[in-house]
Design a protein. Structure first.
Length: 112
């Protein structure tokens, strides 16, 4: 799996999984991204086409700042646990940009 926004970068093999591709921004900054996080990111394209580059830049800046970042759909249940990586969700990127997306994926109100 390869993510087109970062396909020009060298691959980061820290994840030890082909399911979670990673990339190296520079000698000190690398990241890994779960497919679910990338799906969330891709779903923002039609919602915020004029701000998508800003979102990608914010991701890159967080990686540069924190050096080793694992982007996950759920920080409480990441796909892989790695030492020395911080774990971020899509809201960690969007909230500082004042882009708010309502999460409507919740269980039924009816119960069993």
């Amino acid at each position: 799996m390869e993510y087109q926004e970062w396909s020009h970068l060298e691959r980061n093999l820290d994840s030890k999984s082909n399911l979670c591709p990673g990339y190296i921004l520079n000698k000190d900054a690398r990241f890994i991204m779960e497919p679910a996080f990338y799906t969330q990111l891709e779903n923002l394209k039609p919602l915020y086409p004029d701000r998508f580059d800003e979102i990608i830049n914010a991701i890159n800046e967080r990686v540069k700042k924190n050096r080793k970042v694992f982007f996950t759909m759920d920080v409480d249940s990441p796909f892989i646990l790695l030492k020395d990586y911080i774990y971020l969700e899509i809201t960690d990127i969007l909230n500082p940009l004042k882009i708010f997306v309502e999460d409507k994926s919740r269980g039924s109100d009816y119960g069993d």
